[in-house]
Design a protein around this ligand. Structure first.
Ligand code: FES
Length: 104
């Protein structure tokens, strides 16, 4: 398990974390919801700490794959079509008392 202070993940910020020896990112969406994903994009391994948060989704800036807070990956085309991708590995997130607990 990994713990960090809630203040380390403000809205629209992405933080790299290690949970049980594996690398992940955690982000906080516009609604305040927290999401997680493997640190390295499942498409072509870009560092997702360099992504952007759009709404509650993390978007990889390399080729536009997006990740919601429930472990779903997708790509939104320029025409607005949403193409689902395989689900991703996530960590369990519990936030209470100003702390975020991450576990697998
Ligand atoms: S490497 Fe992330 S979308 Fe291509």
């Amino acid at each position: 398990m990994t713990e960090l202070e809630s203040g380390r993940v403000p809205v629209r910020h992405i933080v790299a974390v290690e949970v049980d020896g594996d690398e992940y990112v955690v982000w906080r969406g516009a609604s305040g919801e927290l999401g997680s994903a493997p640190r390295w994009c499942p498409h072509l391994d870009s560092d997702l700490t360099e992504g952007t948060v759009v709404g509650d989704d993390l978007v990889c800036t390399a080729h536009g794959w997006s990740f919601d807070c429930r472990g779903h990956a997708f790509k939104r085309t320029e025409a607005g079509r949403v193409d689902p991708k395989d689900d991703i590995d996530t960590v369990r997130i519990v936030e209470a008392g100003g702390r975020i607990a991450l576990s697998r």
